[in-house]
Design a protein around this ligand. Structure first.
Ligand code: SF4
Length: 359
């Protein structure tokens, strides 16, 4: 019963697999970079970043030797920046301890920063042909439908069950190809919602299809709780310069650049908040005409919604009282700094708001 599933999936993969740049070689460095990029990013968008990343850092030595700011700049816009910081740290470790070669064993790979069970399994099976199963959302969907499993995917029991199924199906000769085959099958054929089961090579043995439960599976236990955070950015432009700061908080944007923040006071109307902030710095809102507050900008992350406003000030005569950590840069140097996607998207949408001739 099991072997046909394995054979069918491998055969399907040989015919339908997409021609992706990281599939051209079994070099662990390429597999690692692609897996980390694809953790939170769709393949199409990820491909551009992958190509740019490999062009800038063609091997683990060039990545290890680069300053972290350069790595973040190449990563700019991809989000989840801890991935880039961890990659940089892991590259240095692999160079220092293993002479630039990733370890072969799953358990050894797991000890490296930013490499979880999923990435370790991908490197071990795809680069080194180790028989380690790989379970991600796509794999879960394919197997839960195929075998009619309704144990929630976000429970330990559900994960254990999937690892067991994937291990049973894993062929000794082509474990890496099989892992990629199931993921690709989930991405292209057994898609979320309503897949086209009429052209599926597994349709005759698929329990979800037989029981008319395709759209019900897989089951999730709990819905993710979303937290909303408000940010008020002060965009201060004066004498052709703008004030930036590098983020020191060890959060998702650690070491990226953004603007000084006006502390949030829950429930306070933006104009009042702005007046209060300026008042504290001895500046009156009304006497300086070249100020305005942007519309709210929504930035959605998996577990968090960020609502940001940009408080613009253009002034030739005086400077914002600089706090520690803030610094001034000429406007035309801004392109050298890596910003969170929220900010680059805003700057791309309103380039005229970032012109020094507004002063
Ligand atoms: S028959 Fe439909 S639900 Fe079953 S594996 Fe194929 S695409 Fe998925």
């Amino acid at each position: 019963m099991n072997m046909p599933v394995t054979e069918i999936l491998l055969k399907w993969y040989d015919i339908h697999k997409r021609d992706l740049p990281w599939r051209k070689s079994r070099e662990p460095y390429y597999i690692w970079v692609s897996e980390i990029i694809l953790q939170q990013t769709r393949v199409l968008q990820g491909m551009d970043y992958y190509n740019r990343f490999i062009e800038t850092f063609p091997d683990i030595f060039s990545l290890a030797g680069a300053p972290v700011e350069k790595v973040l700049k190449v990563w700019e816009g991809l989000g989840y920046y801890s991935r880039a910081r961890n990659m940089h740290e892991t590259a240095q470790k692999v160079v220092e301890i293993f002479g630039g070669k990733f370890p072969h064993q799953y358990d050894e790979l797991l000890k490296l920063k930013g490499i979880g069970p999923y990435t370790a399994a991908a490197i071990a099976s795809i680069a080194y042909q180790q028989p380690v199963p790989l379970v991600d959302g796509n794999v879960y969907r394919v197997f839960s439908r195929l075998f009619g499993i309704d144990i929630p995917s976000d429970t330990a029991k559900g994960k254990k069950k999937m690892i067991h199924i994937a291990t049973t199906l894993l062929p000794a000769g082509r474990p890496g190809d099989f892992n990629q085959a199931v993921m690709e099958f989930g991405a292209l054929q057994c898609v979320p919602g309503k897949p086209d089961c009429s052209r599926c090579p597994l349709r005759k043995m698929c329990l979800a299809k037989k029981q008319d439960r395709v759209e019900e599976l897989p089951v999730k236990d709990k819905e993710t709780k979303i937290i909303t955070r408000y940010i008020h950015y002060l965009v201060w432009i004066s004498n052709g310069e703008i004030i930036l700061k590098q983020r020191k908080e060890k959060d998702i944007w650690y070491k990226l650049y953004d603007f000084p923040e006006i502390p949030d006071k829950k429930g306070i109307e933006p104009r009042k908040l702005f007046r209060g902030f300026l008042g504290k710095h001895g500046i009156s809102y009304d006497q300086h005409a070249k100020m305005f507050i942007s519309e709210p900008v929504l930035h959605q992350l998996t577990h968090r919604h960020i609502i940001a406003r940009f408080y613009h000030v253009y002034n030739k005569k005086w400077h914002f009282d600089m706090d520690e950590g803030n610094f001034r840069v000429p406007m035309d140097h801004m392109k050298n700094y890596a910003f969170p996607r929220l900010i680059t998207a805003y700057m791309e949408k309103f380039p005229e708001r970032f012109q020094s001739d507004n002063e």
